[in-house]
Design a protein around this ligand. Structure first.
Ligand code: AMP
Ligand code: GLY
Length: 426
């Protein structure tokens, strides 16, 4: 079958890499893609929210299956757009409709959903222009640090955590009254701070049953020891050593099953990936956030651990027959180190020539922010997060050592990476 993946990052490259291995995949297209996806398939110069152009591409290239990588097109209703179209409604699409994507698109909706279905999460209240004063009063009842979250999508920047009460109040004011995150912060969720260790858990679901994917841990801060500014993600590992069988069973019973059943009982169809951003407090899991997609760079650690044919799983998801499927998981550890442009997540330069891509050994190099120079045909940097280097090993130490060995081989001006991925797990 012909398959179209929407997106251009490391996550989409990892999906393309895995999908391309399937005997069921004929032609593979990625829109807009990067320098790496252009080698695995054909890039199409279409942005992920240009629904009319996506329709044209689906018709022209006789696409059977569309896999949506990022959240924006889902929150904007790409699945609904497909369902409303005579031609597209017969095309399989992986990713929920607008109603399901609200789990990520509105933090207030996600909190209400969790409260309704008794899913453990931090205590919270939501405020807007009308009840800002109550927001200040609510902050006074909480212990520091204070957690404030823009209700809507804010490109991963909408969460503010501060230690000082007066700072928390002025942040709340800035978010609501000064539109600090645009319309996304017209409503703000204020919640209790949870002190624990985070992990990312993923399922793929057809709305009835689900398959648990390998769990992972990502490293979001730019600096070693989890310090400095937040980034899109500097590395990841899978599996997560503290996610024991008992703990994962608790997550399934207290979080995953109630979520899938809750979607069903609320009449929200959901066909796609669902990402649970969790935190372990003592021995209990709590939901920090839902995402209606896979994580990046978690996907780069997860895909190499899936032995099953992903196209078969995706087709069953879209067809509603996931209950007949099983996932075969590689027991080994995967470690991913992200190579980023100098200056990231602040200002950085682009179009630096990348070398060493052919000299790596025993690893997979996932392209993220790369592009091919049309004149020289060289692969160049094109984003903050440039390449994800993933290696497998019999234990975490082995996987990390191999990923770091290869991270050194690849060169581009300004190359930066965290040297301590997995530091808190060994
Ligand atoms: P996000 O930008 O939504 O990925 O979340 C930002 C980060 O804020 C999360 O990964 C957590 O590290 C942190 N965070 C969010 N909510 C809480 C909370 N209630 N307690 C502690 N940390 C939190
Ligand atoms: N790695 C976290 C995310 O994709 O949101």
């Amino acid at each position: 079958m012909n398959i179209l993946i929407l997106g251009s990052g490391g996550r989409e490259y990892a999906l393309a890499w895995k999908i391309a291995q399937s005997p069921k995949a004929d032609q593979l297209f990625v829109a807009p893609g990067n320098a790496g996806t252009a080698i695995l398939g054909t890039n199409l110069p279409i942005e992920t929210t240009e629904f009319d152009s996506i329709k044209k591409a689906v018709v022209e290239h006789d696409i059977d299956l569309v896999v949506v990588g990022p959240e924006n097109p889902l929150v904007e209703g790409i699945h609904d757009f497909f369902l409303a179209d005579e031609y597209l409604k017969h095309i399989h699409i992986i990713g929920p409709t607008k109603a399901g994507a609200r789990l990520e698109g509105s933090k207030d909706f996600a909190k209400q959903f969790m409260a309704k279905h008794h899913i453990p999460t931090a205590a919270y209240k939501t405020f807007d222009h009308e009840n800002l004063e109550e927001g200040y009063a609510f902050l006074e009842t909480l212990q520091p640090p204070y957690v404030l979250k823009a209700d809507g999508l804010a490109a991963g920047k909408g969460v503010v955590i501060v230690n000082d009460l007066s700072e928390a109040k002025s942040e709340l004011q800035a978010m609501i009254e000064e539109s600090k995150f645009g319309d996304a912060s017209a409503n703000v969720v204020v919640e209790e701070f949870l002190d624990g260790i985070e992990l990312s858990v993923f399922v793929i679901t057809d709305g009835e049953s689900y398959l648990l994917l390998p769990e992972a841990k990502d490293y979001k801060r730019i600096g070693e020891g989890d310090t400095g500014l937040n980034t899109g993600g500097m590395g990841s590992v899978s599996p997560v050593p503290f996610a024991s069988k008992e703990f994962m069973a608790k997550i399934e019973a207290k979080i995953i099953k109630p979520t899938i059943n809750g979607l069903k009982s609320d009449g929200i169809p959901y066909q796609g990936f669902l990402f649970f951003g969790l935190i372990k407090v003592d021995e209990e899991p709590f939901v920090i956030e839902y995402n209606c997609r896979l994580g990046d760079p978690e996907t780069e650690s997860i895909m190499p651990r899936i032995n099953s044919d992903l196209v078969e799983i995706l087709t069953a998801t879209a067809a509603g027959t996931l209950q007949d499927q099983k996932l075969n998981i590689d027991e080994r550890y995967a470690a991913t180190v992200m190579l980023v442009s100098g200056g990231y997540p602040g200002q950085y330069e682009k179009e630096k020539t990348i070398s060493g891509l052919d000299s790596v050994n025993n690893c997979i190099v996932f392209h993220a922010g790369t592009a091919t120079d049309v004149e020289s045909m060289e692969v160049k940097t094109y984003g903050g997060r440039v390449l994800a280097v993933t290696a497998l090993g019999n234990n975490l130490k082995e996987a990390l050592a191999m990923a770091y060995q290869n991270a050194e081989i690849i060169q581009f001006e300004g190359k930066t990476y965290r040297k301590d991925i997995g530091f808190d797990l060994q």
